[in-house]
Design a protein around this ligand. Structure first.
Ligand code: ZN
Length: 203
């Protein structure tokens, strides 16, 4: 894996998602890891305007979220511990994306037990789903500023993660995949379904 190329590809995705309105006011965070060195994460630095995000705006941390040598003076995103927990829960996953989309916030304000999707063609965007004739539920977890507590909750309720995505209430969506391509598919599938389902329920 060429790390610089991966950084550029993810930076491009981050800027594109900003244009969708998924990362207002420097919010959201992103990461990937090298399949040959899975204990090192490349995470977005805190406080960067996502419309300007470049390959230079990643830093390296370990699987506990601690900056790697050479990066001690930089601050990783506050939510890095969530990334660490997802990578530990799903060792085959290598890329995590996050949005602060309006539709995830709207759903989670109303549907605190999760959001169900059934019968949609785009469900096939999720790994392993081959037909629209299926139903899945995107879990909603309470938001928290205590990332240790939130990642512990994620581990406790991991069996609820039947699709590679969840919502933090009134906050946003997390989605992941084996690589950037798959993680994008999973986030975009989830965001599309959230928008369609919200519009349908409020038509
Ligand atoms: Zn967030």
């Amino acid at each position: 894996m060429d790390i610089q190329t991966e950084k550029q590809k993810l930076a491009e995705t981050i800027r594109a998602y900003h244009l969708k309105g998924w990362s207002p006011a420097t919010s959201t965070n992103y990461s990937f890891r090298d399949t040959e060195e899975p204990n090192v994460l490349y995470v977005s630095r805190s406080g960067i305007d996502k419309s300007q995000f470049t390959a230079d705006d990643f830093m390296e941390v370990d699987l506990d979220g601690r900056p790697m040598p050479g990066f001690e003076n930089l601050r990783p995103s506050a939510e890095t511990l969530i990334h660490c927990r997802i990578y530990r829960l799903f060792p085959e996953m290598n890329c995590i994306l996050h949005s602060h989309s309006v539709y995830s916030v709207l759903h989670s304000a109303v549907h605190t037990n999760g959001v169900s999707f059934s019968g949609y063609e785009v469900l096939k965007g999720y790994d392993g789903i081959k037909t629209h004739e299926t139903a899945v539920k995107c879990p909603v977890f309470p938001n928290s500023q205590d990332m240790q507590a939130f990642s512990a909750l994620l581990e406790r309720d991991a069996e609820m993660l039947k699709i590679p995505a969840f919502i933090m209430a009134k906050h946003g969506t997390y989605a992941w995949g084996r690589d950037l391509f798959e993680a994008k598919r999973h986030l975009e599938t989830t965001e599309y379904l959230l928008e369609v389902e919200w519009r349908l329920r409020n038509a």
